[in-house]
Design a protein around this ligand. Structure first.
Ligand code: GLC
Length: 549
């Protein structure tokens, strides 16, 4: 792998930004965000420096799972706009150098989808075998339940069909029968349609569930899908939502050079990071990083701090999860499904901006592709008055005006209420932060610009660096003879550490952030002072190489 591949394998040095059109900006004043609103704010997004947008589902849907229950794969929810608007959006984004990927939700459809309506009517319907039916109710293991608050079985009896159908998620989301070649063909048609309109790839929803109970080999399915996608659009990407431990997770990259999903969300590391933050001890991160299998040439980890779902901690032990709950969400109302937290980072960290910056600095230096969730760049928090997972999906806070500048509609008409108080739009909004050079927003812009100048982080090889202090994490990513060293102090106390960098003869060290002077670099050791929650990024390169500006 060299820097020369950086533009072919664009996903290896991308910065992804996830947003829901519905909650971003309401342009027509009906209380719901829309494509016109998003088009309006494309320059804002390009200005932050993100390079790829991930749009949450925007297709027609009864909206019983916030659009993750699609009733028509070939159209746009008419509250949000039209296919014509989407094409304008894609074109505008492209013009500003932004790629766009969209959610591909094909583990299940809505029960309102015409396929399911027909399927339940009669076993002779051509769509009956699009779903997974049983004559007797199979047993459900507790671990199979994704939403234990709402469902006690993953099988539901259908009065019309007089059979049980499979639904890993809510009962109104019947699972598609992927083992049926006709269903796989439908998926290709859907994928082909959106690629033709100009999207750059897909975030594949609920990957491990796609094949369960159907008897199909998951790897065959993704090889087939990937080869179809690549035939249609060589550089389109598949980003998988696969919440599994590191080893089984990595099998979804496929064989060298990576013939299945190019990007996989790194759930194990994300969970370890929260444990490390709670303990102010870097070792869970070190262990997790060490346990990650190597990625194939075209593969890449996608790292994230928060997403639109609950912060799942299902890969931690019960005791570890309790530690994270105690530190970041002690109130039962902050917890969900017994496994996660329905909060965003700033409120979990009690608004401590030093610590918030530490976490995102770490995110931006992890070997992989960072994925941000809208509003993280200004430090938005959740609204716990909203039920369940929707607490973190509140409207974007643009100004301190009515509805945070999201919509001119009456507040009662808003798609979701904004939070109030300390993290409300009076205190946290884009407009105010744009004017303040020290704001989180301006910090993000500077950090993202720097990160984009360092493709080594997305493409190089990781090595851990000894610091002699459990609170301080140091790691190094090497590519083409250049090493990037990142140091993060998880404790609130200042620390002095001695990094063991190996042989650095003939090397020059550049501070990549504030340019502060480096104490000493004597052969293989670097002595370093860090503030409480401090972080430093360095480039170590041969003395005669051009230095970073
Ligand atoms: C994924 C989505 C989640 C959705 C579920 C069912 O886990 O992230 O929001 O509810 O799939 O589609």
């Amino acid at each position: 792998m060299t820097r020369a591949n950086a533009s072919d394998l664009w996903w290896k040095s991308a910065i992804v930004y996830c947003l829901d059109v519905e909650t971003f900006l309401d342009w027509n004043g009906d209380g719901v965000g829309d494509l016109d609103g998003l088009i309006e704010r494309i320059d804002y997004l390009a200005g932050i420096g993100v390079s790829c947008l991930w749009l949450m589902p925007f297709q027609p849907s009864p909206n019983r799972d916030d659009g993750y229950d699609v009733s028509d794969y070939y159209a746009i929810d008419d509250r949000l706009g039209t296919l014509g608007d989407l094409v304008v959006l894609l074109r505008t984004a492209k013009d500003r150098g932004l790629r766009v990927i969209i959610d591909l939700v094909v583990n299940h459809t809505s029960d309102q989808h015409p396929w399911f309506r027909s399927a339940r009517r009669s076993p002779s319907s051509p769509f009956h075998d699009y779903y997974v039916w049983r004559d007797e109710e199979p047993k459900t293991k507790k671990a199979d339940l994704v939403f234990p608050d709402a469902e006690d079985s993953i099988w539901c009896y259908d009065e019309r069909a007089k059979k049980w159908y499979l639904h890993h998620f809510y009962r109104h989301q019947p699972d598609l029968n992927i083992a049926n070649p006709a269903v796989r063909e439908e998926i290709q048609r859907i994928v082909g349609f959106w690629l033709e309109l100009g999207v750059d790839g897909f975030r594949v929803d609920a990957v491990p569930y796609l094949v369960e109970e159907t008897g199909l080999d998951p790897h065959m399915l993704f090889k087939e899908l990937r080869s179809f996608v690549t035939r249609r659009r060589g550089d389109a990407v598949l980003l998988g939502e696969v919440n599994l431990p590191a080893k089984p997770l990595a099998t979804y990259f496929g064989d060298e050079p990576g013939d299945q999903l190019q990007l996989l969300f790194c759930f194990p590391l994300m969970q370890a990071m929260y444990l490390a933050l709670a303990r102010k001890d870097a070792r869970p991160i070190v262990r997790s990083l060490r346990s990650l299998p190597d990625v194939p040439t075209e593969g890449q980890w996608a790292h994230f701090v928060r997403n639109h779902d609950e912060l799942t901690l299902d890969q931690l032990t019960d005791k570890q999860r309790e530690e994270v709950f105690a530190a970041f969400g002690p109130d039962p109302d902050m917890q969900l499904f017994g496994r996660g937290l329905r909060r965003r980072l700033p409120s979990m960290l009690d608004g401590d901006e030093r610590r918030i910056r530490l976490v995102y600095s770490l995110l931006l230096t992890l070997p992989g592709t960072p994925v941000l969730f809208y509003g993280e760049e200004i430090g938005m928090a959740e609204n716990l008055d909203i039920d369940g997972r929707m607490s973190v999906r509140t409207p974007m806070q643009w100004t301190d005006q009515r509805n945070g500048g999201f919509s001119p509609a009456r507040p009662s008409r808003l798609v979701r209420p904004l939070p109030e108080g300390r993290f409300g739009s009076m205190a946290v909004n884009v407009a105010a932060q744009r004017r303040d050079p020290d704001s989180l927003l301006n910090w993000f812009e500077r950090m993202i610009r720097r990160r984009r100048e360092i493709p080594e982080i997305g493409m190089g090889r990781l090595a851990m660096v000894e610091t002699g202090d459990h609170a301080v994490l140091a790691h190094c990513v090497e590519l083409d003879g250049v090493s990037i060293v990142a140091v993060h102090n998880l404790s609130d106390e200042p620390r002095t550490v001695r990094l063991q960098l190996g042989d650095t003869t003939g090397c020059e060290l550049t501070d990549l952030l504030d340019g502060d002077e480096v104490q000493t670099l004597e052969r293989e050791k670097l002595d370093l002072k860090l503030d409480g929650y401090g972080y430093r990024w360095f480039r170590l390169q041969p003395e005669d190489a051009p230095t970073a500006p």
